[in-house]
Design a protein around this ligand. Structure first.
Ligand SMILES: Nc1ncnc2c1ncn2[C@@H]1O[C@H](COP(=O)(O)OP(=O)(O)OP(=O)(O)O)[C@@H](O)[C@H]1O
Length: 324
Protein backbone atom coordinates (compact mmCIF):
# COMPACT_ATOMS: atom_id res chain seq x y z
CA UNK A 1 0.00 0.00 0.00
CA UNK A 2 1.25 3.46 -0.91
CA UNK A 3 0.03 6.22 1.35
CA UNK A 4 0.78 9.82 0.45
CA UNK A 5 -0.78 12.32 2.83
CA UNK A 6 -0.61 16.13 2.71
CA UNK A 7 2.85 16.12 1.16
CA UNK A 8 4.40 19.53 0.44
CA UNK A 9 7.74 20.03 -1.24
CA UNK A 10 9.45 23.27 -2.17
CA UNK A 11 12.74 23.91 -3.96
CA UNK A 12 14.85 26.95 -3.14
CA UNK A 13 16.70 28.20 -6.17
CA UNK A 14 19.15 31.05 -6.56
CA UNK A 15 17.94 33.80 -8.88
CA UNK A 16 20.59 35.04 -11.30
CA UNK A 17 20.40 37.53 -14.10
CA UNK A 18 22.26 36.86 -17.32
CA UNK A 19 25.69 38.42 -17.97
CA UNK A 20 29.17 38.49 -16.46
CA UNK A 21 28.50 41.50 -14.19
CA UNK A 22 25.50 39.79 -12.62
CA UNK A 23 27.50 36.56 -12.22
CA UNK A 24 30.12 38.43 -10.18
CA UNK A 25 27.39 40.26 -8.23
CA UNK A 26 25.72 36.97 -7.35
CA UNK A 27 28.95 35.82 -5.65
CA UNK A 28 28.42 38.48 -2.98
CA UNK A 29 24.66 38.75 -2.66
CA UNK A 30 22.28 36.09 -3.76
CA UNK A 31 18.54 36.28 -4.11
CA UNK A 32 16.51 33.13 -3.81
CA UNK A 33 13.09 32.12 -4.98
CA UNK A 34 10.91 29.30 -3.73
CA UNK A 35 9.26 26.89 -6.13
CA UNK A 36 6.29 24.99 -4.79
CA UNK A 37 6.63 21.63 -6.49
CA UNK A 38 4.04 19.72 -4.39
CA UNK A 39 1.18 21.39 -2.53
CA UNK A 40 -0.72 19.23 -0.06
CA UNK A 41 -0.68 16.14 -2.26
CA UNK A 42 -2.65 13.14 -0.96
CA UNK A 43 -3.56 9.77 -2.49
CA UNK A 44 -3.54 6.05 -1.71
CA UNK A 45 -2.61 3.22 -4.02
CA UNK A 46 -3.58 -0.35 -3.16
CA UNK A 47 -1.26 -3.32 -3.62
CA UNK A 48 -1.32 -4.72 -7.14
CA UNK A 49 -2.87 -1.62 -8.76
CA UNK A 50 -1.50 0.19 -11.81
CA UNK A 51 -2.07 3.92 -11.77
CA UNK A 52 -1.32 6.52 -14.39
CA UNK A 53 0.21 9.72 -13.04
CA UNK A 54 -0.26 12.46 -15.59
CA UNK A 55 0.20 16.20 -15.87
CA UNK A 56 2.01 18.69 -18.10
CA UNK A 57 5.75 19.47 -17.92
CA UNK A 58 6.75 20.87 -14.56
CA UNK A 59 3.54 19.70 -12.84
CA UNK A 60 5.32 17.80 -10.05
CA UNK A 61 5.28 14.19 -11.25
CA UNK A 62 9.02 13.46 -10.95
CA UNK A 63 9.14 15.19 -7.56
CA UNK A 64 6.36 12.85 -6.34
CA UNK A 65 8.22 9.80 -7.65
CA UNK A 66 11.48 10.99 -6.04
CA UNK A 67 9.73 11.37 -2.67
CA UNK A 68 8.26 7.87 -3.03
CA UNK A 69 11.71 6.48 -3.87
CA UNK A 70 13.30 8.15 -0.84
CA UNK A 71 15.56 10.39 -2.99
CA UNK A 72 13.84 13.56 -1.72
CA UNK A 73 12.58 14.44 1.74
CA UNK A 74 9.37 16.47 1.66
CA UNK A 75 8.93 19.65 3.72
CA UNK A 76 5.85 18.21 5.41
CA UNK A 77 3.35 15.39 5.15
CA UNK A 78 3.37 11.64 5.52
CA UNK A 79 4.44 9.03 3.01
CA UNK A 80 4.42 5.32 3.78
CA UNK A 81 5.09 2.57 1.30
CA UNK A 82 4.43 -0.92 2.64
CA UNK A 83 4.59 0.67 6.09
CA UNK A 84 8.02 2.28 5.54
CA UNK A 85 8.90 5.95 5.32
CA UNK A 86 11.01 6.05 2.13
CA UNK A 87 13.56 8.73 3.12
CA UNK A 88 14.00 7.38 6.67
CA UNK A 89 14.25 3.65 5.91
CA UNK A 90 16.09 3.88 2.62
CA UNK A 91 18.13 0.69 2.81
CA UNK A 92 15.18 -1.61 3.42
CA UNK A 93 12.85 0.49 1.24
CA UNK A 94 14.98 0.19 -1.92
CA UNK A 95 14.62 -3.59 -1.77
CA UNK A 96 10.84 -3.17 -2.13
CA UNK A 97 10.93 -0.81 -5.10
CA UNK A 98 12.21 -0.66 -8.67
CA UNK A 99 12.52 2.43 -10.86
CA UNK A 100 12.81 2.93 -14.61
CA UNK A 101 13.58 6.43 -15.88
CA UNK A 102 12.93 6.44 -19.63
CA UNK A 103 15.07 9.54 -20.08
CA UNK A 104 18.06 8.31 -18.07
CA UNK A 105 20.00 5.09 -18.24
CA UNK A 106 20.59 3.08 -15.10
CA UNK A 107 22.95 0.68 -16.83
CA UNK A 108 26.70 1.16 -16.83
CA UNK A 109 27.39 2.57 -20.25
CA UNK A 110 30.66 0.89 -21.21
CA UNK A 111 30.28 -2.59 -19.79
CA UNK A 112 28.17 -5.50 -21.07
CA UNK A 113 24.61 -5.42 -19.73
CA UNK A 114 25.15 -8.68 -17.84
CA UNK A 115 27.91 -6.98 -15.78
CA UNK A 116 25.43 -4.25 -14.73
CA UNK A 117 22.95 -6.96 -13.77
CA UNK A 118 25.58 -8.79 -11.69
CA UNK A 119 26.47 -5.58 -9.92
CA UNK A 120 22.78 -5.10 -9.07
CA UNK A 121 22.67 -8.70 -7.80
CA UNK A 122 25.53 -7.87 -5.41
CA UNK A 123 24.09 -4.50 -4.39
CA UNK A 124 20.75 -6.08 -3.52
CA UNK A 125 22.53 -9.06 -1.87
CA UNK A 126 20.44 -11.52 -3.88
CA UNK A 127 21.18 -15.19 -3.54
CA UNK A 128 22.51 -16.76 -6.73
CA UNK A 129 19.59 -19.15 -7.22
CA UNK A 130 16.95 -16.40 -7.06
CA UNK A 131 19.02 -14.12 -9.30
CA UNK A 132 19.46 -16.89 -11.92
CA UNK A 133 15.76 -17.75 -11.89
CA UNK A 134 14.70 -14.13 -12.38
CA UNK A 135 17.40 -13.45 -14.98
CA UNK A 136 16.35 -16.51 -17.01
CA UNK A 137 12.70 -15.51 -16.85
CA UNK A 138 13.34 -11.88 -17.82
CA UNK A 139 15.72 -12.97 -20.61
CA UNK A 140 12.96 -15.17 -22.05
CA UNK A 141 10.14 -12.64 -21.65
CA UNK A 142 12.08 -9.64 -22.96
CA UNK A 143 14.19 -11.54 -25.48
CA UNK A 144 17.49 -10.40 -23.96
CA UNK A 145 19.81 -13.31 -24.75
CA UNK A 146 21.60 -11.52 -27.59
CA UNK A 147 21.78 -8.24 -25.67
CA UNK A 148 23.35 -9.31 -22.39
CA UNK A 149 26.89 -9.50 -23.77
CA UNK A 150 26.68 -6.09 -25.42
CA UNK A 151 27.72 -2.83 -23.71
CA UNK A 152 24.72 -0.56 -23.11
CA UNK A 153 26.28 2.15 -25.32
CA UNK A 154 26.01 -0.15 -28.37
CA UNK A 155 22.33 -1.00 -27.96
CA UNK A 156 19.53 0.66 -29.89
CA UNK A 157 17.06 2.63 -27.76
CA UNK A 158 14.46 -0.15 -27.97
CA UNK A 159 17.00 -2.84 -27.03
CA UNK A 160 18.37 -0.74 -24.17
CA UNK A 161 14.87 -0.05 -22.84
CA UNK A 162 14.19 -3.79 -22.60
CA UNK A 163 17.36 -4.11 -20.48
CA UNK A 164 16.47 -1.01 -18.42
CA UNK A 165 13.09 -2.56 -17.57
CA UNK A 166 14.64 -5.93 -16.69
CA UNK A 167 17.25 -4.39 -14.34
CA UNK A 168 14.94 -3.26 -11.48
CA UNK A 169 12.86 -6.43 -11.81
CA UNK A 170 15.77 -8.75 -11.01
CA UNK A 171 15.18 -8.25 -7.29
CA UNK A 172 11.36 -8.69 -7.65
CA UNK A 173 10.22 -5.34 -6.24
CA UNK A 174 6.72 -5.00 -4.79
CA UNK A 175 6.36 -1.54 -6.33
CA UNK A 176 7.64 -0.42 -9.73
CA UNK A 177 7.91 3.24 -10.74
CA UNK A 178 7.94 3.74 -14.48
CA UNK A 179 8.83 7.26 -15.58
CA UNK A 180 8.09 7.56 -19.32
CA UNK A 181 9.08 3.96 -20.12
CA UNK A 182 8.09 4.15 -23.80
CA UNK A 183 9.59 7.55 -24.69
CA UNK A 184 11.27 7.49 -28.09
CA UNK A 185 10.36 3.87 -28.85
CA UNK A 186 8.91 2.74 -32.17
CA UNK A 187 5.32 1.45 -32.30
CA UNK A 188 6.28 -2.23 -32.09
CA UNK A 189 8.60 -1.71 -29.10
CA UNK A 190 5.97 0.40 -27.31
CA UNK A 191 3.41 -2.38 -27.64
CA UNK A 192 5.97 -4.95 -26.42
CA UNK A 193 6.83 -2.86 -23.35
CA UNK A 194 3.13 -2.29 -22.53
CA UNK A 195 2.37 -6.03 -22.83
CA UNK A 196 5.28 -6.89 -20.58
CA UNK A 197 4.30 -4.34 -17.92
CA UNK A 198 0.74 -5.67 -17.91
CA UNK A 199 2.02 -9.25 -17.57
CA UNK A 200 4.27 -8.40 -14.63
CA UNK A 201 1.38 -6.66 -12.88
CA UNK A 202 -1.03 -9.53 -13.46
CA UNK A 203 1.31 -12.41 -12.73
CA UNK A 204 3.45 -11.01 -9.92
CA UNK A 205 0.93 -8.55 -8.47
CA UNK A 206 3.49 -5.74 -8.74
CA UNK A 207 2.06 -2.32 -7.91
CA UNK A 208 2.91 0.06 -10.75
CA UNK A 209 3.03 3.85 -10.81
CA UNK A 210 3.28 4.96 -14.41
CA UNK A 211 4.28 8.51 -15.29
CA UNK A 212 3.87 9.31 -18.94
CA UNK A 213 2.90 11.87 -21.54
CA UNK A 214 1.87 9.08 -23.91
CA UNK A 215 -1.86 8.64 -23.54
CA UNK A 216 -1.71 5.29 -25.37
CA UNK A 217 0.33 3.99 -22.39
CA UNK A 218 -2.44 5.17 -20.09
CA UNK A 219 -5.16 3.69 -22.25
CA UNK A 220 -3.38 0.33 -22.53
CA UNK A 221 -2.32 -0.05 -18.91
CA UNK A 222 -4.29 1.91 -16.38
CA UNK A 223 -7.81 2.31 -15.20
CA UNK A 224 -7.14 4.85 -12.49
CA UNK A 225 -5.55 8.16 -13.36
CA UNK A 226 -4.20 10.88 -11.09
CA UNK A 227 -3.94 14.30 -12.71
CA UNK A 228 -1.45 16.76 -11.19
CA UNK A 229 -1.02 20.41 -12.15
CA UNK A 230 0.97 23.19 -10.44
CA UNK A 231 1.85 20.69 -7.70
CA UNK A 232 -1.77 19.88 -6.81
CA UNK A 233 -3.83 16.76 -7.45
CA UNK A 234 -6.66 18.00 -9.63
CA UNK A 235 -8.45 14.76 -10.44
CA UNK A 236 -8.32 11.18 -9.24
CA UNK A 237 -10.57 8.76 -11.07
CA UNK A 238 -10.96 6.13 -13.66
CA UNK A 239 -10.26 6.89 -17.27
CA UNK A 240 -13.90 6.53 -18.34
CA UNK A 241 -15.02 8.98 -15.64
CA UNK A 242 -12.38 11.48 -16.81
CA UNK A 243 -13.65 11.13 -20.36
CA UNK A 244 -17.24 11.74 -19.23
CA UNK A 245 -16.10 14.65 -17.06
CA UNK A 246 -14.64 16.33 -20.12
CA UNK A 247 -17.05 15.48 -22.86
CA UNK A 248 -19.45 12.86 -24.12
CA UNK A 249 -19.13 14.15 -27.68
CA UNK A 250 -18.80 11.68 -30.53
CA UNK A 251 -16.45 12.13 -33.42
CA UNK A 252 -18.02 11.43 -36.80
CA UNK A 253 -15.79 11.21 -39.87
CA UNK A 254 -17.53 11.08 -43.24
CA UNK A 255 -16.20 10.62 -46.76
CA UNK A 256 -18.57 11.80 -49.46
CA UNK A 257 -18.95 12.65 -53.10
CA UNK A 258 -21.06 15.53 -54.24
CA UNK A 259 -21.77 18.69 -52.35
CA UNK A 260 -20.47 19.58 -48.91
CA UNK A 261 -23.16 18.79 -46.33
CA UNK A 262 -24.33 21.61 -44.04
CA UNK A 263 -24.00 21.07 -40.28
CA UNK A 264 -27.05 20.82 -38.01
CA UNK A 265 -27.38 22.03 -34.41
CA UNK A 266 -25.12 19.97 -32.10
CA UNK A 267 -22.46 19.43 -34.80
CA UNK A 268 -19.12 21.25 -34.87
CA UNK A 269 -16.63 21.00 -37.70
CA UNK A 270 -13.26 19.74 -36.45
CA UNK A 271 -11.41 19.10 -39.69
CA UNK A 272 -12.18 19.27 -43.41
CA UNK A 273 -10.24 17.86 -46.35
CA UNK A 274 -11.21 17.18 -49.90
CA UNK A 275 -14.39 15.04 -49.78
CA UNK A 276 -13.87 14.26 -46.10
CA UNK A 277 -14.89 15.97 -42.87
CA UNK A 278 -14.64 15.24 -39.17
CA UNK A 279 -17.44 16.52 -36.97
CA UNK A 280 -17.78 16.64 -33.22
CA UNK A 281 -21.36 15.81 -32.25
CA UNK A 282 -23.13 16.46 -28.96
CA UNK A 283 -25.38 13.37 -28.78
CA UNK A 284 -27.65 15.10 -26.23
CA UNK A 285 -28.66 17.61 -28.91
CA UNK A 286 -28.83 15.18 -31.83
CA UNK A 287 -28.52 11.38 -31.64
CA UNK A 288 -25.82 9.78 -33.78
CA UNK A 289 -28.23 8.00 -36.15
CA UNK A 290 -30.12 11.27 -36.77
CA UNK A 291 -26.85 13.08 -37.48
CA UNK A 292 -25.80 10.46 -40.04
CA UNK A 293 -29.26 10.59 -41.64
CA UNK A 294 -29.06 14.41 -41.84
CA UNK A 295 -25.67 14.24 -43.56
CA UNK A 296 -26.77 11.42 -45.91
CA UNK A 297 -29.81 13.40 -47.00
CA UNK A 298 -27.56 16.14 -48.40
CA UNK A 299 -24.78 14.24 -50.16
CA UNK A 300 -23.64 10.74 -51.17
CA UNK A 301 -21.80 9.19 -48.22
CA UNK A 302 -19.00 6.79 -49.14
CA UNK A 303 -17.84 5.97 -45.61
CA UNK A 304 -18.79 6.85 -42.04
CA UNK A 305 -16.92 6.20 -38.80
CA UNK A 306 -18.10 7.09 -35.30
CA UNK A 307 -15.67 7.17 -32.35
CA UNK A 308 -15.45 8.65 -28.87
CA UNK A 309 -13.02 11.54 -28.54
CA UNK A 310 -9.50 10.25 -27.92
CA UNK A 311 -7.78 10.11 -24.53
CA UNK A 312 -5.26 12.60 -25.92
CA UNK A 313 -8.07 15.09 -26.61
CA UNK A 314 -9.64 14.40 -23.20
CA UNK A 315 -6.36 15.17 -21.45
CA UNK A 316 -5.74 18.28 -23.56
CA UNK A 317 -9.25 19.48 -22.60
CA UNK A 318 -8.53 18.78 -18.91
CA UNK A 319 -5.26 20.76 -19.05
CA UNK A 320 -7.20 23.62 -20.62
CA UNK A 321 -10.02 23.41 -18.10
CA UNK A 322 -7.59 23.51 -15.15
CA UNK A 323 -5.35 26.15 -16.78
CA UNK A 324 -2.27 23.94 -16.45
N1 LIG B 1 16.12 20.10 -8.37
C1 LIG B 1 15.28 21.09 -8.58
N2 LIG B 1 15.59 22.36 -8.20
C2 LIG B 1 14.74 23.38 -8.38
N3 LIG B 1 13.51 23.24 -8.93
C3 LIG B 1 13.13 22.02 -9.34
C4 LIG B 1 14.00 20.88 -9.18
N4 LIG B 1 13.35 19.78 -9.67
C5 LIG B 1 12.14 20.22 -10.11
N5 LIG B 1 12.01 21.56 -9.91
C6 LIG B 1 10.85 22.38 -10.22
O1 LIG B 1 9.72 21.80 -9.56
C7 LIG B 1 8.55 21.81 -10.39
C8 LIG B 1 8.06 20.37 -10.59
O2 LIG B 1 9.06 19.68 -11.34
P1 LIG B 1 8.95 18.12 -11.70
O3 LIG B 1 10.26 17.73 -12.29
O4 LIG B 1 8.47 17.38 -10.50
O5 LIG B 1 7.81 18.14 -12.82
P2 LIG B 1 7.33 16.99 -13.82
O6 LIG B 1 5.83 16.97 -13.72
O7 LIG B 1 8.04 15.72 -13.54
O8 LIG B 1 7.75 17.58 -15.24
P3 LIG B 1 8.19 16.82 -16.61
O9 LIG B 1 6.94 16.22 -17.19
O10 LIG B 1 8.69 17.97 -17.43
O11 LIG B 1 9.24 15.82 -16.27
C9 LIG B 1 8.99 22.51 -11.68
O12 LIG B 1 8.63 23.86 -11.56
C10 LIG B 1 10.49 22.36 -11.71
O13 LIG B 1 11.11 23.44 -12.37
Amino acid sequence: MIEFKNICKTYRVAKRQAGFKNAVKSLFSREYETIQALVDVSFRINDGDIIGYIGPNGAGKSTTVKVMCGILTPDSGICRINGKVPWKERTSHVKDIGVVFGQRSQLWWDVPVIDSFELLRDMYKMDEKRYRRNLDELTRLLDLSELLKTPARNLSLGQRMRCEIAAPLLHEPKVLFLDEPTIGLDAVSKIAVRRFVKKINEEKGTTIVLTTHDMMDIEALTERVLLIGHGKILLDGNLEELKKHTSTDKKITVKYTGRIPALSEGMKLKEARENQMTISLDPHIMPVFAAIAALASQTDLLDVSVTDISTEEVVAALYKEYHI
